[in-house]
Design a binder for this molecule. Structure first.
Ligand SMILES: [Fe+2]
Length: 325
């Protein structure tokens, strides 16, 4: 999700030179998406009360790749503070990325590009061409947001870190994607224990440049707005996970990714070929648990993006009456 990620690092991530921090599986550091968002929100909620301490905004786990890098932590805090002080609807603040971080972005983009050509769905590739993001530096959210808005009406708003699932999902109804702005630590280019600008931009922002995916994201938000119950909200979050985060589609006989968690991660795309593929069943998906700390062993596929759009739209528009709870 946004302010969320489809991780670049899961347990089988021996492909990358970003090494998995010792003990991160045990500590739950890799948890992300809706579940961890809830946990981390407790930290960000407390942030305004701690504004006197300029180093206390972002609490990194000791296993975090950037934990022992004071400059990185200070930059994370500056970026988090900018998001906290941002007025929604205003011009998005530029993040103070370093030359090293721009190189990190380039490394990731160059690793993903050939994999995307093989494994990304055609609509993602077309949206990426239309967005025309820079390869040599991290794009600022303002420019990304402006380009998406022109293409689909969606826009980005910065968040300091993980936000609650309901806040994240409901904002989609307004055509707003809550977006983290920091980038992962440069020591682990293909691993991040949390959502970062790579996942947000290369995963979510690119797909949101497609009117089809923008529309589906809006429908998720509208369905969440009609869902007061936490249990039903969780089911919708599962639907989001198994479709817009980790969905795959058959195109010309091949399996292609349309889910943002897959598209933003070389490791996830690589693991996709080993996953069990199950025909998309939204009712079943809404009741299926998942483990965000591992590469996804089971993915739901749609026969085509038209079929996905049709079934997901129908399901979300009928929600909660068709939820069968
Ligand atoms: Fe995500």
């Amino acid at each position: 999700m946004g302010g969320s990620k489809g991780g670049d690092g899961r347990e089988e991530r021996e492909d990358a030179d970003g090494t998995l921090p010792e003990g991160s599986e045990r500590s739950g550091l890799l948890r992300d998406h809706a579940d961890a968002r809830q946990v981390a929100a407790d930290e960000t909620k407390a942030a305004p009360a701690r504004t006197a301490d300029r180093h206390a905004i972002v609490a990194l786990d000791p296993d975090h790749p950037g934990f022992r890098d004071p400059e990185y932590r200070a930059r994370r805090n500056r970026i988090a503070r900018m998001a906290l002080e941002h007025t929604p609807g205003g011009v998005l603040p530029d993040a103070p990325y370093t030359a090293e971080e721009d190189r990190l972005w380039r490394t990731i983009v160059e690793a993903l590009a050939p994999v995307h050509e093989r494994l990304a769905c055609a609509e993602y590739l077309e949206a990426a061409r239309r967005l025309d993001l820079p390869n040599e530096r991290i794009p600022q959210l303002q420019e990304v947001s402006a380009r998406i808005r022109a293409l689909s009406g969606f826009r980005l708003e910065p968040v300091a870190g993980l936000v609650e699932a309901r806040a994240f999902l409901e904002s989609l109804a307004d055509g707003v994607f809550l977006c983290t702005q920091y980038i992962r630590h440069h020591s682990t280019p293909f691993y991040t224990p949390e959502p970062d600008v790579v996942h947000e931009v290369l995963g979510h922002a690119v797909t949101l440049a497609s009117p089809r995916f923008a529309g589906l994201n809006r429908l998720v938000g509208e369905a969440v707005r009609r869902t007061p119950s936490a249990g039903e909200l969780e089911r919708l979050a599962h639907v989001y996970w198994f479709t817009l985060e980790f969905g795959v589609v058959r195109e010309e006989g091949q399996v292609k990714a349309y889910g943002t968690g897959l598209l933003s991660s070389v490791g996830e795309l690589d693991a996709m070929s080993r996953a069990e593929l199950v025909p998309l069943d939204l009712e079943q998906a809404s009741r299926t648990e998942y483990d965000p700390t591992h590469y996804q062993p089971r993915l739901y596929y749609a026969g085509s993006l038209d079929a996905l759009e049709s079934s997901l739209s129908r399901f979300l528009r009928a929600w909660p009456s068709a939820a069968g709870s």
